[in-house]
Unconditional design. Structure first.
Lengths: 223, 117
């Protein structure tokens, strides 16, 4: 018997990264800005999308892919805003993977501007899975507490945008939005930070304008 | 957590790499796990032990190397490893640092036992 070392150097998430790269290439080629939304359950991802749907309507066409462990409820909420939506129910899995998005994509209309993917509510696992997005947004709602960036650094380290949600509740809570932003920026200085209330509308026009700019920048980079 | 699905990917990689050796058994697996990967080494170890039965890695030991955070400074361009994800640059003290590593989940190497021919 002989023992020998075999150098492998293979990424456990390599297959996911390859599928994500194909999705990114396809969507960029079609001039679509793909946005992956990450957060804990209940931090307001769906409400944010409803607010964006109302503000982007008329000027842009969007579609939404919803990820949840069970039920079609989030997709129904989005459809009620006149936006096409696809629900992926993972049946227990804690995150979306690129191949799940890849299965839905052929049904998504080619003539859209934005594809928003609402990940499974979880501030840990989705951070490790590239879905082929061009922008990754992490949401942090005021009731969750301003210590979350330090406690769950993965999601904040991999995001491009931090959206502080439920800003209308800040006066009633011991939540320090500047402190939350500071801790997140210490982990990832590239983060663009927004503060919104999807319920009351505060900050939502600014966020919609940011996505419109990001879409223009993505298309300019392609040309 | 999703350690069990990662274990499934790990075994696909193991099978692929041992296929070229006749009657090979895998006796050791070295995995590099980044501090920011979100993976808990102990859970991955349990998943590995549950998964290995009946495979060619049945008798294998799993070695997990935990990789620290890996930063690049946008100020001075220096790189450093650190235990704190919000640390400043070790060389110049700038806070404008970028995480460039720590997300790894990589099968580094395997040890295979083959019959002498």
């Amino acid at each position: 018997m002989t023992r020998k070392d075999v150098l492998v150097q293979k990424d456990l998430l390599g297959t996911n990264k390859e599928v994500a790269a194909e999705i990114r290439k396809e969507l960029r080629g079609r001039g679509i800005l793909c946005v992956n939304l990450l957060s804990s359950p209940g931090s307001g991802k769906t409400a944010l999308l409803e607010g964006l749907a109302d503000r982007l309507k008329g000027r842009f066409r969007m579609a939404v892919i919803e990820g949840d462990i069970e039920t079609e409820r989030d997709a129904e909420r989005i459809r009620a805003r006149g936006v096409p939506a696809w629900q992926i129910t993972t049946g227990g899995a804690c995150h979306l993977e690129a191949k799940m998005v890849g299965k839905v994509l052929p049904g998504v209309p080619a003539a859209i501007d934005f594809l928003f993917i609402e990940n499974v509510g979880n501030l840990v696992c989705p951070a490790g899975y590239d879905l082929g997005e061009s922008l990754r947004c992490v949401l942090l709602s005021s009731p969750e507490g301003d210590d979350k960036p330090a406690k769950y650094p993965q999601a904040f380290a991999t995001a491009d945008v931090l959206i502080l949600t439920k800003a209308d509740l800040i006066p009633y809570l011991p939540f320090d939005p500047a402190g939350a932003a500071r801790e997140a920026l210490a982990i990832n200085p590239r983060l663009r930070v927004f503060r919104v209330s999807a319920l009351r509308g505060e900050g939502m026009d600014g966020l919609a304008a940011f996505f419109a700019e990001a879409l223009a920048a993505e298309r300019a980079a392609r040309a | 957590m999703h350690e069990l699905s990662l274990a499934a990917s790990l075994f696909e990689i193991l099978e692929e790499n041992a296929r070229g050796y006749k009657d090979a058994r895998i006796t050791a697996v070295t995995l590099r796990v980044g501090r920011l990967s979100g993976v808990v080494p102990e859970l991955l170890r349990s998943a590995f032990d549950a998964y290995k039965k009946g495979t060619l890695a049945e008798g294998a030991r799993l070695e997990i190397v935990v990789a620290p955070f890996d930063f690049r400074c946008r100020g001075c361009g220096g790189t450093s490893f650190r235990e704190d994800p919000a640390a400043a640059c070790a060389a110049c003290g700038s806070k404008d640092v970028e995480l460039v590593g720590g997300m790894d989940l990589v099968v580094e190497k395997i040890e295979v036992e083959v019959e002498d021919s």
